[in-house]
Write a protein that binds this ligand. Structure first.
Ligand code: GLP
Length: 258
């Protein structure tokens, strides 16, 4: 079941997601799943604002990335591990060895993907998985058409995804990698709790489709309907395409007034 909350803006979405993570960290969770992209940025900024430079419960945890581009050199600023180092791990004093990403440089990608799955299993599974959604409904880099049983593997990026992500590469779609190693949909659904964040008009269509759709592989995010504990945090723009009766009463307490 997807609990939906509409918040005034992206910063409020970030703050609410940070509350959920703080609670998980304080209650002794060992492993969190991290996403990259503009939607999750305000969450990391908020965590750094709250805890940066201080001892904090995150220092003792392990972190698992959803996906990683194939073909960017180690240290490239858009490599997702590097993004997480910059925006999350370093400012929170978390040793980078606690940030786990699929090994996209391995000579045997299949083995590396299986090893990543094993790492997550060895950590006891993911307690809270942060998730964004692509404009085409993808989660991680599971593009439309991906089977719900999929697990970590190398994938091809959809043309729309490369176009959407060109903004991180100076607007040059040719610089956006064509492939990535991504957790599969089944891997993502293995998390005990999922926090999906979506902000901005560009996500309104995917969010509305999710609310109206039964689970279908044409809309990867719709797989979340099968998960027992999903919280979806939206700003008003991302929620602009959904009917009010899809949204839980909880939003009132969260400060939504329109
Ligand atoms: C990217 C990532 C996803 C992310 C999504 C939305 O391509 N692979 O994990 O959630 O697309 O990104 P953004 O938040 O930048 O819109």
């Amino acid at each position: 079941m997807i609990e939906t909350m509409v918040l005034p803006d992206a910063d409020s979405v970030g703050a609410h997601a940070a509350d959920i993570l703080d609670e998980a960290a304080r209650s002794g969770s060992r492993a969190l799943g991290l996403a990259t992209g503009s939607s999750t940025d305000p969450i990391y900024s908020e965590l750094v604002r709250r805890h940066g430079g201080r001892d904090n419960p995150y220092r003792k945890m392990q972190f698992y990335l959803l996906d990683e581009y194939v073909g960017l050199p180690v240290g490239h600023p858009e490599r997702y591990a590097e993004v997480i180092r910059r925006s999350f791990a370093d400012p929170l004093g978390i040793p980078f060895s606690r940030v786990h990403a699929p090994d996209v440089d391995a000579s045997d990608a299949g083995r590396a993907a299986a090893a990543f799955e094993q790492e997550i299993a060895d950590a006891g599974g993911i307690e809270v998985q942060l998730l964004g959604v692509g404009g085409n409904g993808h989660i991680a880099f599971n593009e439309p058409g991906t089977p719900f049983e999929s697990r970590t593997r190398v994938v091809e990026l959809a043309a729309r995804t490369r176009q959407d992500n060109a903004r991180f590469f100076g607007g040059d779609v040719g610089s956006v990698p064509r492939r990535a190693m991504s957790q599969g949909i089944a891997t993502i659904l293995g998390a005990r709790r999922i926090v999906l964040v979506a902000t901005g008009r560009a996500k309104a269509e995917a969010v509305a489709a999710l609310m109206e759709s039964r689970p279908t592989r044409l809309l990867p995010v719709s797989a979340l309907h099968a998960h027992p504990a999903v919280t979806m945090l939206l700003d008003r723009d991302a929620a602009s395409g959904i009917e009010a009766d899809h949204v839980a009463g909880e939003q009132v307490r969260a400060g939504r007034c329109a």
